[in-house]
Write a protein that binds this ligand. Structure first.
Ligand code: GLU
Length: 507
């Protein structure tokens, strides 16, 4: 068995959306599981759709996800170049080989001529007209023209394309690792252009030639490519490379939350969730935020993505990357589409924040808090804060609303929530509490709690009646971890200052 080689072959046409990252991830998992190589090939033959910066962005995203390829444009292996535009000169001879063997032909029709035919046939009531076996003999191509004329046109470099001659009434068979045996008719498939007038190959030619030359053993791609599969399988056959043809797997679509069709960039905008891994600055439409900026951990993001279309057969949902590598198999990828659920995506992130060590979270939380102006000058205190609030954070960005009161006193204290039950007895309690706290030498959670409860008992008040007020004084609302823990992190002076401030508001 030859060494497993898989490829992720994005076109640099914009931000990398969920489906693209998942394709990369499944490629990565499969490669690592089988001690194989994961190749990145940039499919940039369509210059009209090329977007500046998109290639770097793809690499940055894969880097953020922790699934960097083994070979690629920025890390060449033996099978380069890894950008199709730099392979331009390779393809022509393969296109010509197909013309010689009778499986392709030169077509000299101008776009106007094609349009004219379409109009003519439409007038006869024929719609969905395409360049295929029904029409190819009415066009200007090497199947129709005398040999000398074709040669003369080629000699003067008359603009032309090379088209595959799709067979009529045939069935193409191949095996798909997810869908099993597939049979597809060639009827209805047009004579796809293989080589364009600018000398660039189309995706159809380039994908086959490159998968062959790069010794790709398994080709995984989105389900949207399934209709093109007969063209590709035929090309493998026409080149005489059938034995080297990769094992195909067409990955299920990621669907809109309601299951109604493929998830698109517009759905994200409409429903308010990200569809890109990372922020994408589109030269035309501007900046679109990604999962990263929204506060997702990459571990959570790829865990969620892997489970959108795959499971290991058990109930387990949380997987580390090495665990996924160990458990992944293509035959457990579903053939039906997977509905994207943003709430579930957030659940994954929450689980991952809970499970992550303080050490792991520190750099992320630091950046977020500092962006809000927090000054982090006490490492121990900072670690304690993360430990105290991480279970309450669904997104990394939640560390600010959940923890801002550790850094700045609450600006608004909603006393209306305690006013109805406020009385002189309680007021007196807090005055006493300030006094007792000011005498404490060792400021730790236990001591703070003990003093509070002893004083409550002496004042004949239940601690439960007082703790809500204490929390309000410290954090400004009804949320947050244990009050005595908060107080221990805030320190004695700050705790006393906040009690005094609220008491003055309650006067
Ligand atoms: N360039 C194609 C895309 O952008 C890749 C399809 C494939 O993996 O064969 O989706």
């Amino acid at each position: 068995m030859s060494k497993v080689r898989v490829r992720f072959a994005p076109s640099p046409t914009g931000g990398l959306h969920l489906g693209g990252v998942r394709t990369a991830l499944y490629n990565y998992l499969f490669a690592k599981k089988n001690d194989g190589a994961f190749v990145l090939r940039i499919e940039d033959t369509d210059q009209t759709r090329y977007v500046e910066g998109a290639e770097n962005y793809i690499i940055e995203c894969l880097n953020w996800c922790g699934i960097l390829p083994d070979e690629g444009p920025w890390k060449p292996g033996e099978y380069g170049p890894y950008r199709q535009s730099e392979r331009k000169d390779i393809y022509r001879k393969y296109a010509e080989q197909l013309v010689e063997s009778g499986h392709a032909y030169y077509a000299f029709d101008t776009p106007e001529e094609i349009e004219n035919l379409r109009e003519k046939l439409k007038a006869q009531g024929k719609y969905n007209v395409q360049y295929d076996f029904q029409n190819r003999l009415n066009m200007r191509n090497s199947l129709v023209l005398p040999k000398e004329e074709t040669e003369a046109l080629l000699k003067i470099n008359f603009p032309h394309v090379v088209r595959i001659k799709m067979p009529r009434d045939e069935y193409v068979h191949f095996n798909d690792m997810i869908r099993g045996e597939i049979e597809m008719p060639t009827d209805g498939v047009d004579d796809k252009v293989l080589l364009k007038a600018d000398g660039m190959p189309t995706y159809h030619l380039a994908v086959v030639v490159d998968d062959y030359l790069m010794k790709i053993t398994h080709a995984f791609r989105g389900e949207e490519w399934l209709p093109s599969a007969p063209v590709h399988v035929l090309l493998w056959k026409y080149f005489g490379w059938e034995k080297q043809m990769p094992q195909w797997a067409h990955l299920p679509l990621i669907l809109k939350p309601d299951g109604n069709g493929k998830l698109s960039k517009r759905d994200g905008e409409r429903l308010g969730f990200p569809v890109f891994a990372m922020e994408w600055n589109d030269p035309k439409s501007g900046v679109v935020k990604g999962f990263k900026e929204l506060g997702f951990l990459p571990e959570a993001f790829i865990n969620m993505l892997a489970l959108l279309g795959w499971n290991d057969g058990s109930e387990q949902e949380i997987f580390t990357l090495p665990e996924m590598v160990e458990k992944f198999s293509m035959d457990r990828v579903h053939s039906h589409g997977a509905k994207f659920d943003f709430e579930k995506a957030k659940w994954f992130n929450h689980e991952w924040i809970k499970r992550s060590s303080v050490e792991r979270l520190k750099p992320h939380v630091k950046r977020i808090l500092e962006d809000h102006g927090a000054v982090i000058d006490d490492e121990n205190k900072f670690e304690k804060i993360i430990e105290l609030i991480k279970d309450r954070c669904t997104l990394l960005t939640d560390f600010w609303p959940q923890g801002s009161f550790f850094f700045v006193p609450p600006t608004e204290i909603d006393t209306s929530s305690i006013l109805p039950k406020w009385n002189e007895n309680k007021n007196q309690f807090f005055i006493e509490l300030i006094r007792s706290y000011s005498f404490m030498n060792l400021w730790d959670t236990e001591g703070i709690e003990h003093t509070f409860k002893e004083l409550a008992a002496a004042s004949k008040l239940k601690p439960g009646e007082l703790m809500g007020a204490f929390r309000l004084m410290l954090v400004g609302g009804k949320f947050g971890p244990g009050v005595f823990e908060i107080s221990s992190v805030l320190g004695k002076e700050e705790t006393i200052r906040r009690i005094e401030h609220t008491l003055s508001l309650l006067k």
